[in-house]
Design a protein around this ligand. Structure first.
Ligand SMILES: NC(=O)c1ccc[n+]([C@@H]2O[C@H](COP(=O)([O-])OP(=O)(O)OC[C@H]3O[C@@H](n4cnc5c(N)ncnc54)[C@H](O)[C@@H]3O)[C@@H](O)[C@H]2O)c1
Length: 338
């Protein structure tokens, strides 16, 4: 039997029961799946010597030290999109495939952003909080804007932003604009969207929704200066990555009414500090990095994990789109990339 090990218990949408079903399926492929939780790099090194595949449901520390000391390892499989805890160049140098799941939760991210936008516009969370305190707040708080007259600004126009575009432009008939310097002219022509620069997106949007990755270019791009450019009654939605927003500047902007609302699923530090001022702000909705969570995303995670691991271990083949360390294509690794 070949050995594959889940090295962490940050299961997300996937439960221990799901993983036990996966375990049985892997047996049919002559792969023994072990479910473990290791706390340190050294533990992974000592306990995974036999492993041909390591599966990370969260973000296990797959550093150069770990990767270089696992001679039998063929692949590291992430149960999601972020590969920030895996040293990709060390993986390539050591001829290990790093596979991930781009696009596994696009519907969920767009639905989550939509739920926050609607809840903030329609004051739903506000009413709910008040009624539970024994009040009956009839038609109060901010007067809701008409959604069809709003402009939705998408920062990053990849998979999840395209789903949000469909909901707001196709459904509510809202105007949608986007800021994404990497979108090709061909893609731009396919959508009823004005592609604008960062400044214009901030200035014209009633809702700014974040869908870009975290990198040196995007870290703290939503800062004091950016909030000053936004409309005073605008909202910011973040289901992407916390550090895109300077959180202290956001708290100030909400307090001083530079902007009106925020819907946040991700934070600069997670879990969110118990003393964070955001916890006490009426004009803010908070969720706990759960935008990916859903039946559909879970089924994709389980299906793809099974297919990718069994294809690499038993058939030496994998689709290129699932590879995170694309430089591996230029090595002489014995693998067919389709
Ligand atoms: N909250 C959650 O549970 C959760 C789950 C999965 C993914 N995410 C995050 O959601 C985000 C969006 O996911 P996706 O699947 O839509 O990503 P995607 O890769 O499909 O799209 C990202 C888009 O951002 C654009 N981009 C890159 N740099 C940019 C920049 N400097 N300015 C503007 N645009 C830029 C890219 O061109 C691309 O079109 C990612 O940051 C991802 O990490 C969050």
């Amino acid at each position: 039997m070949k050995k594959a090990i889940v090295v962490d218990k940050d299961y997300g949408s996937v439960t221990i029961d799901d993983l036990n079903i996966l375990k049985e399926k892997f047996k049919e492929e002559s792969i023994e799946l072990e479910l473990k939780h290791f706390y340190s790099e050294d533990e992974i090194i000592s306990e995974c010597q036999e492993a041909e595949a390591i599966l990370g449901t969260g973000n296990p520390p797959m550093s150069e030290k770990v990767i270089s000391k696992l001679p039998n390892l063929k692949m590291i499989q992430r149960f999601g999109i972020g590969v920030n805890s895996i040293n990709l160049s060390a993986a390539t140098e050591n001829h290990k495939i790093v596979s991930y799941m781009p696009g596994f939760c696009l519907d969920e991210l767009a639905a989550h952003a939509t739920s926050m936008i609607l809840s903030l516009i329609r004051n739903t969370a506000y009413y709910d909080r008040r009624i539970r305190q024994g009040e009956w707040p009839k038609a109060e708080y901010y007067t809701p804007k008409s959604i069809s007259e709003m402009t939705i600004g998408l920062y990053g126009f990849g998979g999840s932003a395209k789903e949000l575009y469909k909901i707001f432009n196709g459904g509510f008939q809202s105007r949608v604009i986007a800021c994404d310097p990497y979108v090709s002219e061909e893609i731009k022509e396919m959508f009823n969207i004005d592609f604008v620069d960062f400044h214009t997106m901030l200035k014209e949007s009633d809702v700014v929704s974040l869908h870009a990755p975290l990198n040196t270019e995007t870290r703290h791009i939503f800062n004091e200066e950016a909030f000053k450019k936004m409309k005073n009654d605008a909202m910011i939605i973040n289901v992407a990555r916390g550090p895109l927003i300077d959180e202290d500047a956001l708290v100030d902007a909400l307090k001083t009414r530079e902007i009106r609302f925020a819907g946040l699923d991700v934070f600069e530090n997670e879990p969110l500090d118990k003393k964070s001022k955001l916890r006490n702000m009426e004009n803010v909705i908070l969720t706990s990095h759960s935008a990916f969570y859903g039946e559909g995303s879970k089924q994709k995670q389980l299906k793809w994990a099974f297919e990718l691991v069994s294809q690499v271990l038993n058939r030496n083949t994998i689709k290129k789109e699932f590879i995170a360390n694309k430089e591996i294509f230029d090595t002489n690794i014995k693998m067919t990339f389709k």
